[in-house]
Each structure stands twice: as C-alpha cells, then as structure tokens.
Design a protein around this ligand. Structure first.
Ligand code: SIN
Ligand code: CO
Length: 384
C-alpha cells in the first residue's frame, strides 16, 4: 500500500492551488519508496503482443521511436533510450496499487499507469501533454524541468511520431529521487532526462475532448438504435434566398441537438457507458466453466479473496438520493434500486472486497447474482 504524503498541503489545498493550474514537486510524496516492478519484469510486459509499448532513443540527437512488442533490447545499447509501457495497471496488480492514493479524483477521470524504464540520458524529449499526470520517481534519478503553459511555444516533430516543444522557461528544475512525485497539469512543457538507470511511474488522467464526446455519443446512439426527434418546420414561410441555410433554421438545428443531451437519462446512460470503456486491452478471462452462485458463496464463506480486474473502470450515476442507480462497468450498464447504493459503492471503491463486504454478498441472493455475473465476465477474480 502506498500512502501519499503531501506534507503541509492538504488535498483540498492541492486541488485549489495546483490541480489543472500549476506544476508541483512533492519531495518524498511516497516515503521509503519500493518499486512495485523491476526493469526485467517491465521488459517482459513489453514483450507481450497485447500490451502497448514503445522505445524512444536519442543517440547523438537523432530521435527514433519504435513500437513493441520487444524481445531483445541489446541493439539499443547502454544509454540514451527509454522503454515506455502503457496501462501496466491492467497487467500487474502490484504496480496498479500506485493509482490508489490518487483516488481523491473520481474513477472516471483516472486513465492508466504508464511505466518507463530509462537508461542514462534517456527521455522522450521536451513535450506537452493534454492530460494531468503524477510522475512518481522509482529507482534511479532523473533530471526534470517543468514550465508553465506558454502560447508562444512551438511544437515540432523530430521524428514523425514524436511531438516535442521548443525550449521553454522552467519553474521546476530538479533531480528526482525514489519516492519524489511531480504533478504536471495539461499543457505544461516538461522534459525528464534520466541521470542513471531509472524507473518512472505516470498516473495519467482522462479528459475527453468535445470531439471524443460527440463521437462517443454518435456510437451510443447507433448501438442503441436511438434516432431521436426529427427536424420540423410547421412555421415555414417562403424564402427568396433558396441557397441559404437561415440563422433561424440553424438555431432550430442547434436546439434539436441540445434537446438530445438535455435528456438526463440519455446523457447519463451515454456518458457512463462511454467513459467506462477501457481504452487499453483488459486482462479479462472468463472462468471456464462459469461459476454457480452457490459455489461463489461457499468460496467467500471460506475466506477466499475477490479482486477487481486491473484497469476495470467502475462508476455510477444516481441523479438524486432516492433514484435508481445506473452502475457502469467497462461500458456495461446495470440498473439497480436506490437501496443498493452501498453495494454499488463497494464495487466501485474496493480493489479487493474486504471480509465484511464479501460476507454481505454471500448472504444476499440478489447481490450474489450480480457478483456471479461479474465474476463470470472475468471482471472480478479469486486471488486466494
Ligand atoms: C517518461 O516517463 O519517460 C515520460 C513521461 C512524460 O513525460 O510524460
Ligand atoms: Co509527458
């Protein structure tokens, strides 16, 4: 378990003063930090087809990018390269634990855990990200420079798939050590160059762009065969400009579009399902054969521990206290009565179901049925 130490800052003050506003160095944010993964284990994950990985190298200022899977690293030499592995929380529970201290931000805003291993001189170069990130320094040291957003900065591609930024003025210039944490808001230029062989853990956040929201809404409407209302114009008068789409007509189109998202049920169902879809592959395997509910009750009563699949996105919407609840799990929507709020919270909040929760599921047929379905989808699994 990792405990975040903000020193004299509180979470409320961090949110008010830094979140989405300015970068922050949290020296020893994780005291006595122990790496949850070794470089060799990370290299092993980078050898898997379904895990997204890349190597960025910069020998002699020549930026190169290769995508995985990788099974041999010898050609990259001893320095000036970085291996980056995406969504490690989906595959490595010990590493996934690094996300937990940041759950003062809701599940839907959290994206994934990216881990990088860098040789001396390695890094991805100065760049901007669109998302908030906490970068935790693991083994080794890294020289980080971070600046404030600056519209005059120019972006360029030293390699077709590498977007970097022009030289920037820093407000943080530090050599990070194991357990130090950097918080970097979107749009802040940053550059981390490894001093020696090092590991960095990036807890990244998700902030949908309007384009993503509209695309997601369109997919939702198609999947659910929702056409909505159609344009109407019973008040039409004759036009003298036959080619023109009038401001009045355009206003009606805007209203028609807005009416759709003004429908609270539709908006909730769409957004919950959209935002809980995993962006990266999950390590889900359906048990074969499927469990029966009474078998699960028996295992729970015997003290078996149930864990939630790494990276599984669980959220809920309850518009007001006595309303039914929409529980969203990896894009699936489950309707539950308001009385099941504690069940829903347990599923969304607990990475491992604690003993009391497990017993409450074993004792209640409706809850057990729900859990059986989730286990048979491979979303929760017995760890012992
Ligand atoms: C890295 O870990 O090498 C890159 C992290 C970042 O700058 O976003
Ligand atoms: Co970055």
């Amino acid at each position: 378990m990792y405990t975040l130490n903000l020193h004299d800052l509180t979470i409320e003050r961090f949110l008010a003063e830094f979140w989405q506003k300015k970068p922050l160095l949290i020296k020893q944010g994780f005291a006595d930090f122990a790496d949850p993964i070794s470089p060799d284990e990370l290299a092993g994950l980078a050898g898997e087809e379904e895990i997204e990985s890349r190597i960025v190298s910069n020998a002699g200022g020549d930026w190169q990018l290769e995508t995985g899977p990788f099974d041999d690293f010898s050609s990259f030499g001893e320095q000036n390269w970085t291996l980056l592995v995406q969504a490690v929380d989906h595959w490595h529970p010990e590493s996934a634990a690094l996300i937990e201290p940041f759950r003062f931000i809701p599940n839907w805003r959290i994206d994934d855990l990216m881990i990088s291993f860098s040789t001396p001189g390695g890094g991805v170069g100065p760049h901007l990200d669109q998302y908030d990130v906490f970068i935790i320094q693991g083994m080794g040291k890294r020289h980080w420079r971070v600046g404030m957003p600056d519209k005059s900065l120019k972006q360029h591609c030293p390699h077709p798939r590498l977007l970097q930024v022009s030289p920037f003025t820093d407000c943080i210039d530090v050599i990070t050590e194991p357990g130090d944490i950097l918080y970097i808001p979107p749009g802040c230029p940053h550059d981390g160059i490894s001093v020696d062989a090092s590991l960095s853990y990036s807890v990244g956040f998700r902030a949908p762009a309007q384009k993503d929201l509209v695309t997601g809404l369109a997919d939702f409407l198609i999947e659910n065969e929702i056409s909505g209302d159609r344009f109407t114009d019973p008040d039409r008068s004759a036009t003298t400009a036959v080619g023109e789409i009038s401001a009045k007509d355009l206003g009606k189109v805007k209203n028609l579009l807005q009416q759709m998202i003004d429908e609270p049920e539709l908006l909730a169902r769409y957004f919950g399902s959209y935002i809980t879809h995993a962006k990266h592959e999950l390590d889900a395997t359906e048990p074969d054969p499927h469990y029966q509910a009474d078998e699960i009750a028996e295992y729970l009563e015997e003290g078996s521990v149930l864990a939630r699949l790494g990276g599984l996105r669980c959220c809920y919407i309850q518009p007001s206290p006595n309303d039914d609840i929409l529980l969203f799990i990896n894009g699936n929507t489950i309707n539950l009565p308001a009385t099941e709020l504690s069940t829903v919270k347990q599923l969304c909040e607990q990475v491992q179901l604690d003993q009391a929760t497990a017993a409450s599921f074993a004792d209640n047929p409706a809850k057990l049925q729900l859990l059986t379905m989730l286990i048979n989808l491979g979303y929760w699994y017995f760890t012992e």
